[in-house]
Each structure stands twice: as structure tokens, then as C-alpha cells.
Design a protein around this ligand. Structure first.
Ligand SMILES: NC(=O)c1ccc[n+]([C@@H]2O[C@H](COP(=O)([O-])OP(=O)(O)OC[C@H]3O[C@@H](n4cnc5c(N)ncnc54)[C@H](O)[C@@H]3O)[C@@H](O)[C@H]2O)c1
Length: 280
């Protein structure tokens, strides 16, 4: 008997940071699996943070979902702003007849700062996006799940939570918080049949445009070519051997698995998709 991911077709999915990078890849995969997808993403720059999504990427993401025969909803929103999140999630619920089955809290930013020279711009951008933004989105998206006694929340953390990382303390702290939110919400929401899990990706191969932008952005701060930064981070953190290089699709595969009925009995898990990094 073949193994397939069950229970995805017909689901209503909200992906934060869905207009570019890993979130865009997840959104396309959900559409291919027969899901309608709401893309929630910022479309204006954040001070001292590398290039994020823009209105053209948002339109292209919605078109990519529609090209796969599914409904795509554009929700321009800065998840650092609770009022914007409340309005955007409300629009998704209106469009999806009051139902959001799956939330992927993927939006996140990183920066490189020594603690004694930390810019207040990047400190607030990282903590507010990764921690408070994840909390705001979940706060407004989970009510319908509680009411329906069904739902899946997937938080994107990072393999950096497996060890210390110089110049990334704001980001590492923020992703530890994401792990804490995951186990706490899994406990709190279990009686409502809601699964809450996190994925810890390794360094992801960077790409221009709608590719994965985090390492691309950090490579510019480091004065390195993006592929060299990817190699430096991967070779330093991952298991030895050239096999261990992580692509966006590796994370998408785990996201769709956790969203599917195949993972119905998995909750409170911090799942490394990390090329072995967290066990070293
Ligand atoms: N790239 C990596 O190596 C790597 C490794 C581990 C974990 N991660 C995590 O994976 C996730 C996706 O990263 P990526 O590589 O695709 O990066 P990316 O920069 O390509 O994508 C991040 C997305 O989040 C959106 N976003 C950022 N701040 C936002 C805000 N305040 N409000 C709304 N949307 C916002 C961006 O516009 C963008 O669409 C992030 O949570 C990141 O921390 C990345």
C-alpha cells in the first residue's frame, strides 16, 4: 500500500510570510494538495532588515495559488501590529466562511548584531515579528478552531535553538520563544483537538526574488556571496558530508505532513529538519 498525505484537500490554510521564500513554497504546495490559501505578508520594508516581500510578490503568490485551481487571498499585514493582524485574519475568516483549518506561522526576520552594539531597530524587528507576531496571528486565528474542535498550528522555529550562535542572540532568543509557545499552546489547546507543532529548519539555500531571503540578506551584511554564506553556515552546523544541505522543499514536506491527517497524533513536537544540526 502506498503512503500518501491524507486529509489536506478542501482545507483552508493561512500562511504568514507566504508571498516569498519558504512561505511561498509552502503556499504553492498546499494549493497543489487542494487547499485554499490566505497569504498574509508585509509589503513594506522594515528598517535595517534585508528585502522582504512586496506587492508584486503578493500578487504573484495569489496567482500561483489560483493557477493551481484553488482560491488565493492576499492579506497585506505587518504581524508586529496587533490591529493589522486582527483585521487581516478577520478578512481570511470572511473569505473562508469562518473556517481556518491550518495556520503556518512562518514569517520571521533575522539580523546580525553583537549584544553590546545591538541596534534597537533590529532588536525590535526580530522579537516583535518572530514572537509577538506569531502570538497575534494565533490569537485571532485560533478562535474558530476552538469553536469547531479542530485545527493545526505549525510554527517555524530554527535549528539555531540547538546551540549558541554569536551575533544572533535576538534571533536565537526569539526562536526559543517560538518553541515555548509551541509546547504551551499544544498543552492549552489539546482539549479542543488542536495540534500545535514546530519545525526547526537548518540553513536554507538562498534564492533571489521570491526565493528564501534570510541567508541572502545576512550574506550582504557579512559581505559574502549568498552561496558562500550558505556553505559557511551549513558546513559549520550540519552533519558532515555534501548530502546535508537543506532546501525549501525539505521544510515544505514537513509542513504538509504536520498539516495532514497522517500527523493527527503528533502535537507539542519540536521537529528538527536540520541536517542533524541539533544533535551535534
Ligand atoms: N532561511 C533560513 O536559513 C532559515 C533557517 C531556519 C529558520 N528559518 C525561518 O524560516 C522562516 C522563513 O524564512 P525564509 O528563509 O523564507 O525568509 P524570507 O525572508 O524569504 O521570508 C520571510 C517572509 O516573512 C515575511 N515577513 C517578515 N516580517 C514580517 C512581518 N513583520 N509581518 C509580516 N510578514 C513578515 C517576509 O515578507 C517574507 O515573506 C522564518 O521564520 C525564518 O526565521 C529560516
Amino acid at each position: 500500500m502506498g503512503i500518501e498525505l491524507r486529509g489536506l484537500a478542501g482545507k483552508k490554510v493561512l500562511v504568514t510570510g507566504g508571498a516569498k521564500g519558504q512561505g511561498f513554497n509552502h503556499a504553492k504546495a498546499f494549493a497543489e494538495a487542494g487547499c485554499d490559501v490566505a497569504i498574509l505578508d508585509i509589503t513594506t520594508p522594515i528598517t535595517d532588515i534585508y528585502d522582504l516581500a512586496n506587492p508584486d510578490m503578493m500578487s504573484a503568490a495569489v496567482k500561483a495559488i489560483e493557477d493551481r485551481g484553488q482560491r488565493g487571498i492576499a492579506l497585506p499585514c505587518d504581524i508586529r501590529n496587533e490591529d493589522e493582524v486582527k483585521a487581516a485574519v478577520g478578512k481570511a475568516l470572511d473569505a473562508f466562511d469562518g473556517v481556518i483549518n491550518v495556520v503556518v506561522n512562518n514569517a520571521g526576520v533575522a539580523a546580525l548584531d553583537f549584544i553590546h552594539q545591538m541596534r534597537s531597530t533590529t532588536l525590535h524587528a526580530v522579537i516583535d515579528t518572530c514572537v509577538k507576531g506569531t502570538m497575534f496571528v494565533t490569537k485571532y486565528a485560533v478562535d474558530n478552531m476552538i469553536g469547531r474542535r479542530e485545527g493545526k498550528i505549525i510554527n517555524i522555529s530554527s535549528a539555531v535553538t540547538g546551540s549558541g550562535h554569536a551575533m544572533l542572540s535576538h534571533y536565537v532568543a526569539a526562536k526559543h520563544a517560538v518553541n515555548g509557545l509551541t509546547t504551551s499552546w499544544a498543552t492549552e489547546l489539546s482539549e479542543f483537538n488542536i495540534n500545535v507543532n514546530a519545525i526547526c529548519p537548518a540553513t536554507i539555500r538562498p534564492g533571489e526574488g521570491q526565493g528564501s531571503g534570510m541567508v541572502l540578506g545576512l550574506s550582504k551584511e557579512m559581505g559574502m556571496a549568498p552561496e558562500d554564506a550558505f556553505e559557511t553556515f551549513s558546513a559549520g552546523g550540519n552533519m558532515a558530508g555534501e548530502k546535508w544541505r537543506c532546501e525549501m522543499q525539505n521544510i515544505t514536506d514537513a509542513v504538509l505532513f504536520l498539516a495532514s491527517s497522517n500527523a493527527d497524533m503528533i502535537t507539542g513536537t519540536i521537529l528538527p529538519v536540520d541536517c542533524g544540526q541539533m544533535s551535534r
